[in-house]
Design a protein around this ligand. Structure first.
Ligand SMILES: Cc1cc2nc3c(=O)[nH]c(=O)nc-3n(C[C@H](O)[C@H](O)[C@H](O)COP(=O)(O)OP(=O)(O)OC[C@H]3O[C@@H](n4cnc5c(N)ncnc54)[C@H](O)[C@@H]3O)c2cc1C
Length: 486
């Protein structure tokens, strides 16, 4: 009797120790945050890790595609900065990053190529107004920048001609902001935010190897690729309830079920906004729902244009499109193909067209704002016609059609629902960092850590970036590792 009891106690004790030493973890999403969480767990001896990825590839918003000899990036393209940047730190000694800084020239719909001096001044004013002294300003970024720009015009530009040109540039100014912040409207962006720029070169490219290189580097010292299951879309995370034993239950769209001690979700803010009610059982707290509803995620995208015969030469720096005030409102009439709003055609949403370094036959057209969802649903033929029309108009030349276009529809893709997150006026007005609230893990009634939240939008100071996403993957993996080390 005594020996049977002690065997039972030993068995209970040893199985408890085993489960503590070998916790199981499910990671939802194989983007930058998911891959970094998996590798960090693995490197710390937690091997019972399963990554469930809805898509048919890893990387998420890192999406490098090989065209010819080089890769182009349909998602994240540049390592932004060198200080406090985990991406930069991982590769700085490998001679992989090269400055990709391109300054596209301003072209005007009536005046064509704008004088370089004006161009340079405009960039200076933009950077001064946009990047400096936002800290003390309440309200929305649009109102603040319009006011600042209006005040700047008479002090910087003397002639009537230049001042009227500067007024036309407000539209371009707005598009540059939207490109950076990813919102559909600059009136929705909070003027004050917690984002911390990592100092140094903001446009460090991957020299034709693609941003996916960082995933290869993350995974090189751990064998986690065998733990990733692709085409596995999670439909529900049951994390608390009377019938649960010790594990979180994860149901997938294909009817399969997985269980684990802990789940790290890395799905985008867009997916959380869309699906949190059906995704979490029980539902998330009111505080968390408020955070995910008030933080913003819209979209900005690039379309890659392939020309078998290059029509530009080596000195081509790209084209930024400045519409004259009277012409912009008549674009729907002048170019009636594809979506329009009021008098405007979708082509007014194109910010610039840039050469792609190391891809000699490719140009990238960036577009922003409220037209993005409709541009995504427009046919390739409409896009090709619109881009060709716009280039012809601004360059005053007969530019050929690209042979094909390559794009990813980040806003309409149900696995993303946007490009990157931002702080809205509404989230800011709540007083505390909503990204920090989003990042808080949730525990079951018995106190066990059940669901942890990673992904770029959960980074209070480096959101919207790959380095920010990786930090959150490490953060949540460390949270689990520390639980078992203490
Ligand atoms: C056009 C564009 C340009 C950008 N440019 C830059 C740049 O130059 N520099 C930079 O630093 N950052 C840039 N970013 C931002 C950067 O790409 C992201 O911040 C970062 O990649 C986000 O990583 P993540 O792991 O948080 O999310 P994601 O990459 O979105 O990973 C989440 C994963 O979850 C998967 N998933 C979603 N739902 C489910 C489900 N139900 N079940 C299972 N899996 C699911 C998704 O398929 C995805 O793979 C850009 C983004 C875009 C779209």
């Amino acid at each position: 009797m005594y020996s049977a009891l002690s065997f039972l106690i030993f068995f209970m004790f040893s199985s408890r120790v085993e489960s503590l030493n070998d916790p199981s973890v499910i990671i939802i999403g194989a983007g930058a945050a998911g891959i970094s969480a998996a590798t960090r767990l693995h490197q710390n001896g937690i091997r019972n890790v399963t990554v469930l990825e809805a898509g048919s590839r890893i990387g998420g918003r890192i999406h490098s595609v090989k065209v010819g000899e080089s890769y182009i990036d349909l998602g994240a393209q540049w390592c932004h900065g060198e200080k406090n940047n985990v991406v930069y730190d991982m590769v700085k000694n490998l001679n992989l990053l090269k400055s990709d800084k391109i300054s596209p020239r301003l072209y005007h719909s009536k005046l064509k190529l704008i004088d370089k001096k004006f161009d340079e001044k405009f960039n200076e004013v933009f950077e001064d107004n946009y990047f400096k002294n936002l800290i003390d300003n309440e309200g929305n970024l649009g109102d603040l920048l319009i006011e600042r720009f209006k005040k700047t015009i008479p002090t910087v530009w003397q002639s009537e001609h230049e001042r009227s040109l500067a007024k036309d540039c407000v539209e371009m100014y707005q598009k540059l902001v939207l490109c950076n912040d990813g919102a559909f409207s600059w009136f929705n962006l909070s003027a004050k935010n917690d984002y911390e720029i990592s100092d140094g070169d903001q446009e460090l490219g991957w020299n034709g190897l693609g941003f996916k290189t960082i995933l290869d580097i993350l995974m090189q010292n751990s064998s986690i690729s065998g733990n990733i299951i692709l085409n596995k879309e999670v439909s529900q995370i049951i994390w608390n309830g009377p019938n649960l034993h010790s594990e979180v239950v994860v149901n997938c769209v294909d009817g399969t079920t997985y269980t684990a001690d802990h789940v790290i979700t890395t799905v985008s803010l867009g997916v959380l906004k869309d699906r949190h009610i059906s995704l979490f059982k029980p539902h998330l707290s009111t505080e968390k729902v408020l955070a995910l509803e008030t933080l913003g995620i819209d979209a900005v995208s690039s379309i890659f244009l392939y020309y078998p015969n290059k029509w530009w030469n080596e000195s081509f720096e790209g084209v930024s499109f400045v519409w004259s005030e009277d012409e912009i409102e008549k674009t729907a009439e002048a170019f009636p193909i594809g979506p329009t709003k009021g008098g405007r055609s979708w082509i007014t949403a194109i910010v610039y067209i840039l050469p792609v370094l190391r891809s000699p036959n490719i140009l990238a057209a960036w577009y922003v704002g409220e037209f993005v969802p409709e541009i995504e649903s427009s046919s390739n033929d409409t896009i090709i016609k619109g881009i060709t029309y716009t280039l012809n108009l601004f360059l005053g030349q007969d530019i050929p059609r690209p042979e094909k276009i390559i794009r990813h529809k980040w806003y309409s893709d149900p696995h993303f629902r946007g490009s990157y997150s931002f702080e809205t006026v509404e989230s800011r007005n709540l007083g505390t960092s909503q990204a920090a609230i989003l990042s808080q893990p949730i525990s079951r009634e018995d106190g066990k850590l059940a669901v942890l939240f990673a992904g770029e939008a959960t980074n209070p100071i480096r959101y919207a970036t790959v380095h920010g996403a990786i930090e959150t993957g490490f953060r949540e993996a460390d949270r689990i590792v520390n639980l078992y080390n203490n």
